[in-house]
Design a protein around this ligand. Structure first.
Ligand SMILES: *Cc1c(COP(=O)(O)O)cnc(C)c1O
Length: 420
């Protein structure tokens, strides 16, 4: 099946007389005829359902759809993108380990990696996306367990050279984890370029309608965990009566460990109703992504020609620093455009306050056009050095082009610029 078909049909195939639409199974638990059967399910929870803290039929239909779209062997949904990133790391890292991440990542992920993981004894070594292979190789330590980057970085809008980072990670026998939130599997499938694990905030384009906060982890099934680097996956799990994930589940080892061990312990599993809403968004993801890209290309061109704009960052724009990478990795550059208004922070804020159609909100990738000021909002907690490293300037505006008629979006921009 192609993307558009998977969006509609993957993950749920009703049988004779069953509901056409994925049903909302809003139940915490599942009934069995006898205790022996319940015991058997505890021994191998992949066979049936026990408790909705870590598995639920509505959520699992969505997981299967996303795994199919990304080309992975399995997926696990979480209550937020942040939870997905956290669990994707904790699944293979513990106190005393280190990870490597590019600097141009989502602000929330910077906080998680630089501060919260540090308190948990996991060190993050940040590297410049443009560092040479030698420099990146030199950042590895014997305890490094993974490399992390974003396909299209939020909000720097730089494009990750996925194949290069995958090759470097694999040379050190560690996986590459890619946050594919902005691209979605419609515009890029990181697994095809060597990424081992893909994470998403489903709160963004996947949902698209701003009705649920969620995340997902997708396992490619391709990474070889047997290097000796990952005893948590290859050795018996004493918290699961000696279960050995690689032996028992082969290619599904990583994603099933995440569910059976971490989701069991942390319980950050979405409600069935949230998964139902996410599924509605996913059904139209393919058509929506095409239109976001089309609208954004027009808006980016308009901004590039506007003399009140210092600089436009949109990897789909010829001349953009990441244009060549976008051509290689993306089937479209998404609907998000960053630009720097001449006159710095004050001018940027005056411009933003003058917008009428585009709403000021802490969100992105919505069906409606929205705008935010990273330096004073989403990335407010970052130090000046971290802001520079994340590619954020004081006058930078992050403009998320929606699915309104593009002429109306341009008219709104025009009247707001007139007030700057
Ligand atoms: C929003 C976002 C996140 C965090 O997701 P939440 O669902 O808000 O927790 C992670 N990565 C990227 C790229 C994002 O845009």
């Amino acid at each position: 099946m192609k993307n558009a078909t998977k969006c509609l049909h993957a993950g749920y195939t009703p049988k004779n007389s069953e509901p056409r639409v994925v049903p909302i199974v809003q139940s915490t638990t599942y009934v069995y005829d006898n205790t022996e059967e319940v015991a058997a399910v505890f021994d191998d929870p992949t066979k049936s359902l026990i408790y909705s803290r870590f598995a639920n039929p509505t959520v699992m239909a969505v997981e299967e759809k996303i795994a199919a779209l990304e080309g992975g062997v399995g997926a696990m949904c979480t209550t937020s993108g942040q939870a997905a990133t956290l669990l994707s790391v904790l699944n293979i890292c513990e106190a005393g380990d280190s990870i490597i991440s590019t600097t141009e990542i989502y602000g929330g992920t910077v906080n998680l990696f630089a501060f919260t993981l540090k308190k948990m004894g996991i060190e993050c070594i940040f590297i410049d996306r443009n560092a040479s292979d030698e420099e990146i190789h030199a950042a590895f330590k014997p305890n490094t367990k993974l490399v992390f980057g974003e396909t299209i970085a939020n909000p720097a809008l730089t494009v990750l050279d996925i194949s290069r980072f995958a090759a470097i990670a694999h040379a050190h026998h560690v996986p590459l984890i890619v946050d594919n939130t902005f691209a979605t599997p419609i515009l890029c499938k990181p697994i095809e370029f060597g990424a081992d694990i893909v994470v998403h905030s489903t709160s963004k384009y996947m949902d698209g309608h701003a009705v649920q906060v969620g995340g997902v982890i997708v396992d490619s099934g391709n990474f070889d965990w047997e290097s000796g680097n990952f005893p948590g996956i290859t050795e018996p799990d004493e918290s699961y009566h000696g279960l050995c994930y690689t032996k028992q589940y082969g290619k599904m080892a990583y994603i099933l460990k995440a569910r059976m061990q971490l989701m069991r312990d942390f319980g950050v599993y979405p409600a069935a109703h949230s998964a139902f809403l996410l599924n509605l968004g996913l059904e139209t993801l393919s058509v929506r992504m095409k239109q976001y890209c089309e609208n954004a290309a027009v808006v980016a061109k308009y901004l590039a020609q506007n003399d009140k704009v210092e600089r436009v960052i949109y990897p789909g724009l010829p001349g953009d620093a990441c244009y060549a990478l976008a051509q290689k990795y993306l089937k479209g550059a998404s609907g998000v455009i960053s630009f720097v208004v001449k006159g710095g922070k004050e001018a940027a804020m005056r411009f933003m306050n003058s917008l009428k159609l585009a709403s000021n909100e802490v969100h992105v990738a919505d069906i409606r056009t929205c705008v935010l000021h990273p330096a004073s909002e989403t990335h407010r907690q970052l130090t000046d050095e971290q802001l520079v490293a994340a590619g954020i300037e004081a006058g930078m505006v992050r403009f998320s082009v929606g699915l309104e008629d593009v002429d109306d979006i341009l008219a709104d921009l025009e009247q707001a610029f007139a007030k700057v």
